[in-house]
Design a binder for this molecule. Structure first.
Ligand SMILES: Nc1ncnc2c1ncn2[C@@H]1O[C@H](COP(=O)(O)OP(=O)(O)OP(=O)(O)O)[C@@H](O)[C@H]1O
Ligand SMILES: [Mg+2]
Length: 226
């Protein structure tokens, strides 16, 4: 089943001198449910721009974006925000954990926005997600007490806590050394395959890209399959 269908999708940004720069250029792409996709490409080729659109963070686009057959561009901001909170988990390069919140509180955050989760469920659900990434013991620590790899595993737990169907990652191992990055990837790939989550992941690392079933490359806004 097709989860996402992009048809002639383009986006541009206005530069300070008023000129338009095309960041995503007539992209046609089908993303199948439960499959994994990596996106490589040199710096500035439009990878983050593309996944921001796929993640519905930016909708100033031309062309078609259908999610489960629904035209995402027809949704109101509110409907789109709800769809995003219910269905999509995000992991970024810099973990983006909130320093003054404990690990479990960071993981529980999406539950406060997604679906209607009773307050009493927050902690058990967060602990369950932390258990899955092997970090239940660190639930009451603050993020700064954890290593980079551990912080990224917390970010993965946070992305998965609301049972998303799509996981979007932007260079999830970009700040980690080789072996830590590989272990984080192993955790990520195991969990998304167990839960049949669709994965779209930007990476600069060829070996990590190859761990995904489908490999895409971006080049000045255009996407091609490897
Ligand atoms: N808000 C913005 N204003 C101006 N230019 C932008 C903006 N967002 C992106 N760009 C430009 O659009 C192009 C694509 O950027 P994007 O961040 O998508 O690249 P990327 O492939 O993710 O690069 P990297 O590998 O360095 O993260 C770049 O030339 C970038 O400078
Ligand atoms: Mg980027």
């Amino acid at each position: 089943m097709t989860l996402i269908s992009l048809t002639d999708l383009s986006a541009n940004v206005q530069l300070p001198d008023g000129k338009l720069l095309t960041t995503v250029d007539r992209v046609n792409l089908e993303i199948e449910e439960g499959h994994s996709y990596s996106i490589m490409g040199r710096s500035g080729s439009g990878k983050t721009s593309l996944i921001s659109i796929i993640g519905m963070l930016n909708m100033r686009v031309e062309g078609g974006y259908h999610y489960h057959g629904r035209n995402v561009r027809d949704l109101s901001d509110r409907e789109r925000a709800k769809l995003r909170a219910d269905k999509i988990g995000f992991v970024f390069q810099n973990y983006s954990l909130i320093a003054h919140m404990r690990v479990w509180e960071n993981v529980a955050l999406p539950l406060m926005y997604a679906k209607s989760v009773p307050r009493t469920e927050l902690r058990p659900r967060a602990l369950e997600a932390l258990e899955e990434v092997g970090l239940a013991k660190r639930a009451h620590d603050y993020p700064s007490r954890l290593s980079g790899g551990e912080q990224q595993r917390v970010a993965i737990a946070r992305a998965l806590v609301s049972d998303p169907e799509l996981m979007i990652c932007d260079e999830p191992t970009g700040a980690l050394d080789r072996s830590t990055g590989d272990r984080v990837m192993e955790t990520l790939l195991t969990l998304i395959s167990e839960k049949s989550v669709t994965l779209v992941m930007v990476t600069h690392d060829r070996e990590i890209a190859r761990m995904c079933e489908n490999q895409l490359v971006m080049d000045v806004g255009r996407v091609r399959h490897v």
